[in-house]
Structures are given as structure tokens and as C-alpha cells.
Write a protein that binds this ligand. Structure first.
Ligand SMILES: Nc1ncnc2c1ncn2[C@@H]1O[C@H](COP(=O)(O)OP(=O)(O)O)[C@@H](O)[C@H]1O
Ligand SMILES: [Mg+2]
Length: 316
């Protein structure tokens, strides 16, 4: 490991394909132990970003680094530091699960390949299928094998291109759990996904791309607040009474409030900063709180962003 900087860094990275600008000055970073989700419609540059970071594609401008290694100038060091699950993991269907993962352990020249393979298969939950041909597995199990292959050399950085695409809800949830476990151990994870609910649960931060441009970057809460306003909904166990009203209406951070019989919605100056104080005030006023949640979800925020004209475009 090298350098104290972020695990993954893009600084004004651009990439063209012919006349088309697939990535336009992308800047972002991912810390160790962090999961960053890249969201965006088809063709917005998500796979291009991962392929640049994986040294499979050269940036035309800007700098991309993995653990401070420059992807263009130090590709060998970068490749040793990353695990990659590509859009279409090319597994050998006519070989066993174990052989597929062992092949990669050997490619990485791991000293204890057998132990590394066994550990990766166990982690991915496919140890009991090690003798099966990959071609005979379900899509969900194949994705687990692809993950086992990506982590067999225990890389500090993981690049995952739609790891749960095509999986049924329980297989997708299992994949989500595995990714969380890896992040908890300190792995930096950059993943592409179309599943907004998954991104909201799994990702510490999300980046939303459109036509190669970064439009939003932040925690799911920050992105929701930026696009949908800082509106918070509170449900109470009893009816709203005078002390509760006063507690909310006297709070300077409250811009607007809408009352229900046993609920309220209010617009705060800053949902992330002010929600804990709002809750404290409500509790002091004797309110019994059942639920507090930001209005709208990441999916609504995403759809809102996609419905706006692209900044700087002629329609804007
Ligand atoms: N190898 C390639 N040759 C030509 N155009 C490409 C190539 N790879 C990607 N593109 C183009 O770059 C843009 C971004 O693609 P991509 O990064 O695959 O998007 P995403 O993964 O977000 O769907 C698209 O317009 C796509 O057609
Ligand atoms: Mg893609």
C-alpha cells in the first residue's frame, strides 16, 4: 500500500470515443472502507470510469489514481491493488468454480494460492459448489464466483460493474451483504448500479452521471435534500398538541411546516444538520415519535435530476 491519499481518485478525467465525449472532467474520490455508487442512465460513462480505473482504457485528459498509483503510468501496481468485476464477467463455463478462481490466484502469483482460493470461495458462499462447472450455475451463483475471483488476492480496492444486475431480490441482497462486509474490512468499493434502492442502502455516497458529466455527489441524504428540498416527515404516536406545535414553530431552522393529526412535515434549512435538533425539541415537548424520515427517496431525486435540462445545454 502506498500514500495516505484516497484509495480511488479521479481528477478531471476525460475520455472520448471518436467525436463523442464519454467522460467529461470527472472528479471524485473514494476512501478506504467507503462504498461509492456511480448512478446514471445507459451511456452516461459509468463503465468507462471503471475501465479507466482498471487500466483497461486510457484517459485522454486528467489523472486517475489507485492508492496514489497513476493508472496510466503505473498500471502494474494498479492491477495488483484492484479487484474487478466487469460488466460481463468472463468465467470459463466448462471449468469448475474452483478452477476459475484458482486461475486468477495463480495469475496473481499468490504464495498460498490454495488457501486464498478456499477463503475467497467461502467468503462468497460458493465453497460447497467448488466442484461444479460454472456453466451449470445460476446467474446469482456465477456473480458470486465472479466476486470470489475479484477478491482472491485480497485487493484494497474493488471496482464492480453492476454486481447485482440480473439477480433476483434474494441473490441481490446477498451480494449487497458481501459488498458491505468487504467495506467494513476497509476495502474501498466503487460500483455501478441501476438499482436506486440498493444504492440508497449500500452506498455511503453516490455520484450521479449524465452524458459523462457528474451532476451530483454526496450521501444519499444530501443528494435527496439537494434535489427534493430539505423536507422531513415525522410521525407521532399521539395527536399533535400545543407544546409540540410550539416546539416546531419556534425552531429557527424550520422554514415551513405542514400539520397532520398525528404527523408533521417540515422544510428545514439543512436536513442533515437540523433533523437531530428537531427530534430533540419534539421529545422535550413530550412528543412520542414513531418515525422520522426525509421526504422522497433516492429514486425520486434521481428522476427529478433526469427531468431537468442538462446544465449548459441549449435547452437550459
Ligand atoms: N469502446 C467504445 N467505443 C465507442 N464508444 C464507446 C465505447 N465504450 C463506450 N462508448 C460510448 O461511451 C459512452 C459511455 O458509455 P459507458 O461508459 O459504457 O456508459 P454506461 O456504463 O454508463 O452505460 C456511450 O455513449 C458509449 O456508447
Ligand atoms: Mg455500463
Amino acid at each position: 500500500m502506498k500514500g495516505a491519499g484516497p484509495a480511488i481518485e479521479c481528477e478531471a478525467v476525460s475520455r472520448r470515443f471518436g467525436e463523442r465525449l464519454a467522460l467529461d472532467r470527472l472528479t471524485l474520490s473514494v476512501e478506504r472502507g467507503e462504498v461509492l455508487g456511480l448512478l446514471g442512465p445507459n451511456g452516461s460513462g459509468k463503465t468507462t470510469t471503471l475501465r479507466i480505473l482498471a487500466t483497461l482504457l486510457q484517459p485522454h485528459a486528467g489523472t486517475a489514481r489507485i492508492l496514489s498509483w497513476d493508472v496510466a503510468r503505473q498500471p502494474m501496481e494498479v492491477r495488483r491493488s484492484i479487484g474487478v468485476m466487469p460488466e460481463r464477467p468472463s468465467l470459463y463455463d466448462r471449468q469448475t468454480v474452483e478452477a476459475n478462481v484458482r486461475f486468477w490466484a495463480e495469475a496473481h502469483q499468490l504464495p498460498d494460492a490454495a488457501i486464498a482460493v478456499a477463503r475467497a470461495l467461502a467468503f462468497a458462499g460458493v465453497a460447497d459448489r467448488r466442484e461444479d462447472l460454472v456453466g451449470s450455475l445460476s446467474k446469482g451463483l456465477k456473480q458470486r464466483v465472479a466476486l470470489a475471483r475479484a477478491i482472491v488476492h485480497r485487493p484494497p480496492v474493488l471496482l464492480l460493474d453492476e454486481p447485482s444486475s440480473g439477480l433476483d431480490p434474494s441473490a441481490a441482497a446477498a451480494m449487497e451483504g458481501l459488498i458491505r462486509d468487504l467495506a467494513r474490512e476497509g476495502t474501498a468499493v466503487l460500483l455501478n448500479t441501476h438499482r436506486l434502492a440498493e444504492a440508497e442502502r449500500l452506498c455511503d455516497r453516490v455520484a450521479i452521471l449524465r452524458e459523462g458529466r457528474l451532476l451530483q455527489l454526496g450521501t444519499p441524504l444530501q443528494v435527496r435534500a439537494a434535489l427534493l428540498g430539505h423536507i422531513v416527515e415525522v410521525e407521532l404516536a399521539g395527536v399533535v398538541d400545543a407544546p409540540v406545535r410550539r416546539a416546531v414553530e419556534s425552531f429557527p431552522a424550520v422554514r415551513e411546516v405542514w400539520w397532520g393529526a398525528s404527523a408533521l412535515r417540515c422544510r428545514l434549512l439543512n436536513a442533515e444538520r437540523d433533523t437531530p435538533d428537531l427530534v430533540a425539541r419534539l421529545v422535550s415537548a413530550g412528543a412520542r415519535i414513531v418515525a422520522v424520515r426525509p421526504a422522497g427517496d433516492l429514486e425520486r431525486a434521481y428522476l427529478e435530476l433526469m427531468s431537468q435540462p442538462l446544465p449548459g445545454s441549449l435547452a437550459a
